[in-house]
Design a protein around this ligand. Structure first.
Ligand SMILES: [Fe+2]
Length: 156
């Protein structure tokens, strides 16, 4: 499905996040180009530089106007959105647990979360946000060339 121009930058980052999830999932299974420790290192860098800023844009500029709609089907999506952002952040914060199992869990969570946003939440945002609300997302988060850390990591 074609994404509206205001959400294209966030959608591009979803694509990079899926590539990252696939790459580190292979590392967790012992079939990747990095060790588990190296893969965790890459995940932490990618999270700090790309994923967390991406989460913040969604949380500050996409979610509040959707919350105001007070529609039960959207409220369910928002509960899942918040739960998954919290779980992904907990994986990153829990630096004691940096083994293959936790790496595989992070990769699975990230993959499933991005799929949910692309297939469900972003479609609801396109249908329910006003042009002004969508334009504000573009204004604070314009489309960038594919030069982010996630893409650098995964192209190695
Ligand atoms: Fe997202």
């Amino acid at each position: 499905m074609k994404r509206c121009p205001q959400l294209e930058a966030l959608s591009d980052e979803h694509h990079s996040a899926l590539v990252l999830a696939r790459t580190v999932s292979r590392c967790a299974a012992g079939r990747g180009n990095f060790s588990v420790a190296q893969a965790w290192d890459q995940v932490e860098k990618a999270f700090a530089n790309e994923l967390d800023p991406h989460f913040c844009v969604e949380e500050k500029f996409m979610i509040p106007p959707l919350e105001k709609k007070s529609l039960p089907e959207i409220d369910e999506m928002l509960a899942r959105f918040h739960r998954e952002h919290r779980e992904l952040r907990e994986c990153i914060r829990n630096t004691q647990k940096r083994d293959a199992e936790s790496l595989a869990r992070f990769a699975e969570l990230l993959h499933d979360h991005v799929r949910f946003e692309e297939r469900t939440l972003f479609n609801a945002a396109e249908e329910n946000l006003s042009q002004e609300e969508l334009d504000l997302i573009l204004e604070v988060h314009p489309r960038r060339p594919q030069e982010g850390l996630v893409s650098q990591v995964t192209q190695k």
